[in-house]
Design a protein around this ligand. Structure first.
Ligand code: IP8
Length: 271
């Protein structure tokens, strides 16, 4: 019998790794710490990162997520620039791993995903699964995605995760981790209330009914926390647990990868 290996999907939020208020600015200390924790944990992982200040400002300037619009000057060039900016950011991340002699492979999101008839199509998993077989950690990132109908959009890291959860064949996904800039989810009793309560656990079915505290949002063309929750609910429907963790707190990424206890939000699967 062919036993499947387990893999963890870890997304490092773009807002965590960059300063979203300053275009093209990397938070070097945060990236250094995250990379060290991942290397130390040495687990089988598919790593993803968001766009942060490399992706979102350019995507917004050229309205990439809304598709082709001839009234926007140089929009096609803007799509190319958005992609190239993500390549530069991704190269930085890749270099951090290679400097620590940790084998990683950048997988260009826009070369394996395409939009067809309004759905996201993942054209091949071979590269990714073969990299995992070879003990190379694949790294993907939020990127532009071309649309066969003659347009384009943005594919967020969260959407990539869901698609991988639906599609991966040779590997079991043991959990999905979102490293963000807060400890997880906070709920309030009623809208506009200042009384927030931290959620250490929450069933995915409850996500529809709780009012989440608005902890302030930076520019995000792919929808911020609401869109993340939509993806999380779908991931849980596939029986994959999700953990929301604070990537700013030293050691939390390592603890999460090693299944140790710490303060975070666990999204549990309904029986
Ligand atoms: O930060 C968006 O990815 P996300 C990528 O995961 C771009 O939503 C290019 C804006």
């Amino acid at each position: 019998m062919n036993t499947k290996y387990s893999v963890i999907l870890l997304k490092l939020g773009g807002g965590l790794l960059t300063d979203k208020n300053n275009p093209f600015s990397i938070r070097e200390d945060i990236i250094t710490s995250a990379v060290k924790q991942i290397v130390d944990a040495n687990e089988k992982i598919i790593l993803l990162h968001g766009g942060g200040s490399f992706g979102h400002p350019l995507a917004k300037k050229y309205s990439v997520s809304n598709g082709i619009d001839k009234s926007i000057p140089n929009q096609i060039l803007g799509v190319a620039k958005t992609h190239h900016s993500m390549i530069k950011f991704n190269s930085y991340v890749i270099e951090q791993f290679l400097e620590r002699n940790y084998p990683v492979l950048s997988i260009q999101t826009s070369s394996i995903f395409i939009k067809k008839s309004n759905t996201i199509s993942l054209e091949t998993l071979d590269v990714l699964e073969t990299a995992l077989d070879l003990k190379i950690m694949p790294i993907l990132y939020g990127d532009i995605m071309l649309d066969k109908s003659g347009s384009f959009t943005i594919l967020s890291g969260d959407e990539i995760i869901l698609k991988l959860c639906e599609s991966l064949k040779s590997y079991n996904i043991s959990k999905v981790i979102f490293a963000m800039e807060s400890d997880g989810l906070y709920k309030v009793d009623e809208l506009e209330s200042n009384n927030c309560k931290f959620l250490t656990e929450c069933y995915s079915s409850e996500l529809n009914n709780i009012i989440l505290a608005d902890l302030g949002q930076k520019i995000d063309v792919t929808g911020g926390i609401e869109s993340k929750l939509t993806q999380i609910k779908k991931i849980c429907e596939l029986n994959i647990p999700v953990q929301l963790i604070n990537g700013l707190t030293e050691g939390y990424i390592y603890k999460s990868l090693k299944n140790q206890r710490f303060n975070c939000t666990n999204i549990l699967i309904n029986e």
